[in-house]
Design a protein around this ligand. Structure first.
Ligand SMILES: [Zn+2]
Length: 192
């Protein structure tokens, strides 16, 4: 097993509930391999109930959610701070909420990564529906992906829930660089 795979296995499998105020963040967490359910329900009570029921850490920009009864707003360490596994597990206890401070998704990802000590928990999940992806052979992808992609790519994955194929390519590589930068606490060019 590679060092990165061993690290991923030791990392607590934190699950997230992402509300509509930080919706784009769910895509990035899924790319990193984390279970990140998106819930556009505007009602605080429904979001809190789901987070508790499913044992998820709620990610939000709504201050009302961060201070609701029974929930703890996690204290986020500054980027580059010591985020030990023990600390990460306690901060990420089911039923906690993490109040995010930035409008920018790259900063939000960096804040979650530094606060909870996230690492790559590969393989990625489907960025559309949050299901676990199945790695498939090149032969299995034949006829299911564009011909140019089939001829030029070698790594494929499949989402059994929404019948969607993924492959390593320019977008995947760019996303990987962005995610790695966030995990290491490096600042990036801001986007929304
Ligand atoms: Zn899917």
């Amino acid at each position: 097993m590679s060092p990165r795979a061993q690290e991923a296995n030791r990392t607590p499998k934190v699950k997230f509930l992402v509300d509509s105020t930080v919706a784009r963040l769910s895509h990035w967490l899924r790319f990193l391999g984390y279970d990140a359910a998106l819930d556009n329900n505007p009602g605080d009570a429904a979001l809190l109930a789901r987070a508790r029921r499913e044992g998820r850490v709620l990610l939000t920009r709504k201050r009302s959610l961060g201070t609701s009864s029974g929930f703890t707003t996690a204290v986020v360490r500054p980027a580059g701070g010591d985020a030990s596994e023990t600390g990460s597990a306690s901060v990420a206890a089911a039923g906690s909420a993490l109040l995010l401070s930035s409008d920018f998704v790259s900063d939000q990802l960096r804040q979650v990564a530094s606060g909870l000590g996230l690492t790559l928990a590969s393989p990625p999940r489907c960025t559309v529906c949050n299901s676990e992806l199945c790695l498939v052979s090149r032969a299995e992808a034949d006829g299911r992906v564009p011909e140019f992609v089939y001829r030029t790519r070698s790594d494929f994955a499949f989402c059994p829930q929404c019948d969607r194929y993924y492959w390593k390519g320019t977008h995947w590589d760019h996303a990987g660089l962005k995610a790695s930068a966030a995990l290491s606490g490096r600042r990036q060019r801001r986007d929304t």
